[in-house]
Write a protein that binds this ligand. Sequence first.
Ligand SMILES: Nc1ncnc2c1ncn2[C@@H]1O[C@H](COP(=O)(O)OP(=O)(O)OP(=O)(O)O)[C@@H](O)[C@H]1O
Ligand SMILES: [Mg+2]
Length: 265
Amino acid sequence: MKKKKTTHTICFANNKGGSGKSTTCANLGSALAAMGRKVLLVDGDMQLNLSLSFLDEEEVLALASGGKNLYTAVTQEKELSEFIIPGGQENIDLIPSSTLMSQIEMDLFPKWQREFILSKLLSGIKESGVYDYILIDAPPTLGGWVMNILIASDYVIVPVEATPWGLFGLANMFEFIGKIRQMAPGLSILGVLITKVDERKNYYHQTAQTLRELEDIRVFDNVIHVDSAIEWAQDASSTVVVYKRSARSAKEYLNLAKEVDQLCQ
Ligand SMILES: Nc1ncnc2c1ncn2[C@@H]1O[C@H](COP(=O)(O)OP(=O)(O)OP(=O)(O)O)[C@@H](O)[C@H]1O
Ligand SMILES: [Mg+2]
């Protein structure tokens, strides 16, 4: 009999918009898959950015309006395995999102134990042992839906830009995660990932050092530099790991995947 895998569920959260959550979720997933890990990506954001990293716009919009998406699954409390589609890369599956995700807080409001719905709906997939990793992309908010995403996860990765406003929101983020941990003690911060690094800026060096001096919070050894290949890949509905493996950011995401994989063992 084939041995069941231990499934690690990691979400990407930061209430600061544009910090690199979706780019990291897509590219880390793509890099883990390229290493031979079996990955399920779950798009939890109405912006559909994770879905758009694997499928073209037409297909994503059709899935969003056609009902085969996370919004339908969560609001109708349906078994999530029915909503999985192939991600177009070996070892990658995807549960796409819907623009209706913008109203999910209202839909969840009257539900019983509403913070635990995603966790319950994911439990069957986790127990099946099919996947090494489930990666969930979160929107840039700190409400009840992100609470669901965090409670459904074993780990959270916090992508952050080394800018003044990038750092400003981190304290709130950590406080929020601390509160969630009281309800979900199994959740831990896997690490802070510094994204969109520009070494020419002195401010980067200063803030990176500040981050690395934070007590009890791991900052990943690998950082992701600013790289236009990421945007070209996104334009081609792809990840940079697939689109241009020789790009600096592709190599960085592959190294990050090794770092994450080691930490999760
Ligand atoms: N390393 C990088 N180099 C260049 N551009 C990048 C890099 N990482 C992300 N970007 C770009 O920065 C923007 C924000 O990235 P992304 O959408 O991943 O952030 P996000 O945190 O998911 O945003 P949101 O909070 O809106 O969900 C996107 O346009 C993306 O293409
Ligand atoms: Mg995003």
